[in-house]
Design a protein around this ligand. Structure first.
Ligand code: G4P
Length: 524
């Protein structure tokens, strides 16, 4: 591999932004793209959200519901880095795609609303990041409005998420009285709503303002200094190793909307964010990104981006080597070899054909149905599979039938394809073999219904069976079908494994009390 390609790989930073809806993910993304010069006017991402770019059926759903279904990828340059941001669908109705996107990044940025603290969806997404042990950087947003006390927010981070935190900077005042941030890392104070030379004020060795300034007389400044002293004495020490392993999150305060603290965050983040990381194969061999052989895995398949062509796009995270358009690759699962001629790269607001991409990048491949989520593609002669992507425990379930029984062939074909694609999870009841679908978010059902109608010409009837707690069984041999009851329904998944669907926590505990020998487990 040439040093030029090696340098290109080392310059990559691939991350996702996780947050609860409304915390400011879109606003933050816009500002980052703006700094990277990828958009001229920090308003285009938002325009997309309101449906101006309705180019597909998916976006039709988005438009109707005012939410973002499709997670996109955006690329921009800053300093000497090439940054890939993977967006995660951020509505209440997020889906397994959101989780799987986190399998394709090397780090995550978590945005927290200062007034709300850690919210439900953030916790779920955080857990997936935690499991992978990837670095997580926290941006506490909306400091231009009154929020919780900063020390309270730090405590909440540590308690709710169970992670150590280190404040890289600290707010001076808040809301109407927001004066700026005390930047511990760069040893300066950054003033709010001040541009030009006096935006940054230097600190003395003792950590106090080195210049005369009206701020010194305010109680906010005194309070910030007291807090910093407390952090210095009783807080965690910055530990780069812990940051790298996702055991400590560096915390930044700011306001995305007023573009305050974002650039400082980006610059500091880039100093610590990991370059493309190695990945393990299912034979436990680690593949280094800087190797000659191209390889990658598919973490998402998006259908119907253009309904006229019924095309699908398979999103590939390149793990090693270099991709060149027209190159020959092998799909490890089938052993089939083919040329990759139709490849797409994602820019801030458009897609364009990509000629070359390297480890760390995400490319989209035109798919006529050959790919499945989790597939590995390899450039060289020796094929291998990357570790399986995790399956996530669904929480919502519906019983589904075709409205017209004559259409059962199409119905089954449609379901099987959508299940393979990872759009939805499939279960069946024991004797009657009724089809039950499981999802992480309600939206997956809507997308399923829409696609069955549009792509397979089948109208479906869905009957909600509500929220369930799904548990798989370690010692399947000990399960008896008589253990099934309306409150602890026994079904099979698509791999024919037994699964209990419990009505609630109580039903699960009751079952466990009665059947102590049955070892239940949850997927992620
Ligand atoms: P999301 O993608 O995480 O869902 O959040 P988004 O960026 O859309 O932001 C949600 C709301 O919070 C928006 O207001 C946005 O303007 C506001 N917001 C984001 N960052 C800040 C900040 O630093 N300070 C303040 N005060 N507000 C912030 P909205 O009224 O819902 O939308 P819009 O009318 O502004 O478009």
């Amino acid at each position: 591999m040439t040093t030029q390609i090696q340098d290109q790989i080392q310059a990559r930073r691939t991350f996702a932004i996780i947050s609860h809806p409304d915390a400011g993910k879109t606003t933050m993304t816009e500002k980052l793209l703006f700094f990277g010069g990828a958009i001229r006017d920090a308003g285009t991402v938002k325009a997309k959200k309101t449906g101006k770019f309705a180019t597909s059926d998916w976006m039709e759903i988005e438009k109707q519901r005012g939410i973002s279904v499709t997670s996109s990828v955006m690329q921009f340059d800053y300093d000497d880095c090439r940054i890939n941001i993977l967006d995660t669908p951020g509505h209440q109705d997020f889906s397994e795609d959101t989780y799987r996107t986190l399998m394709a990044v090397d780090s995550a940025v978590m945005i927290v609303d200062a007034a709300k603290g850690i919210e439900a969806q953030t916790i779920k997404l955080f857990k997936v990041c935690r499991l992978r042990g990837i670095p997580i950087f926290t941006f506490i947003n909306k400091l231009d409005r009154q929020g919780k006390e900063p020390l309270e927010l730090m405590e909440e981070l540590e308690e709710v998420l169970g992670i150590e935190s280190y404040a890289m900077n600290w707010p001076i005042g808040m809301g109407k009285e927001f004066l700026g941030i005390y930047d511990r890392f760069n040893n300066r104070i950054e003033q709010f709503r001040k541009d030009g030379t006096d935006r940054f004020l230097p600190l003395t060795e003792d950590g106090e303002l080195a210049v005369d300034h009206s701020m010194i007389k305010t109680s906010y400044y005194t309070q910030a200094l007291e807090d910093i002293m407390l952090l210095n004495e009783a807080g965690n020490d910055f530990d780069q190793e812990k940051v790298r392993n996702g055991k400590m999150t560096p915390v930044f305060f700011g306001s995305a909307l007023t573009n305050f603290g974002v650039q400082t965050f980006l610059e500091t983040y880039l100093q610590f964010a990991p370059t493309p990381q190695p990945r393990k194969t299912d034979a436990d061999v680690e593949i280094n990104p800087v190797t000659d052989e191209f390889s990658g895995f598919i973490f998402k398949i998006q259908a119907n981006m253009n309904p006229a062509h019924r095309d699908r796009i398979a999103f590939v995270r390149i793990v090693s080597g270099k991709f060149e358009r027209g190159m020959t690759v092998t799909l490890a699962r089938t052993g089939k070899t083919f040329k990759l001629t139709q490849s797409t790269q994602f820019l801030a607001d458009e897609r364009e054909t990509v000629e070359i991409a390297v480890a760390g990048d995400i490319i989209g491949l035109h798919d006529t149905g050959s790919y499945q989520i989790g597939d590995t593609i390899v450039g060289g002669k020796k094929t291998f599979n990357y570790e399986k992507l995790p399956q996530f425990t669904p929480e919502l379930f519906v019983r589904v039938t075709a409205k017209n029984v004559m259409k059962s062939k199409h119905f089954n074909k449609g379901i099987m394809q959508l299940v393979q694609e990872g759009a939805i999870q499939y279960y069946k009841t024991l004797h009657t073999e009724d089809v039950i679908l499981g999802a992480v978010g309600q939206l997956q059902f809507e997308v399923f219904e829409h696609r069955m109608k549009n792509e397979y010409n089948v109208e479906v009837r869905m009957e909600s069976i509500g929220n369930k707690i799904a548990r798989w069984i370690q010692n399947e041999g000990d399960v008896k079908e008589s253990m099934s009851s309306p409150r602890s329904m026994l079904v099979r998944d698509r791999f024919d494994r037994y699964v209990f669907l419990f009505e609630n926590d109580f039903a699960m505990r009751w079952f466990q009390d009665k059947n102590e020998n049955i070892e239940l487990f949850s997927l992620l």
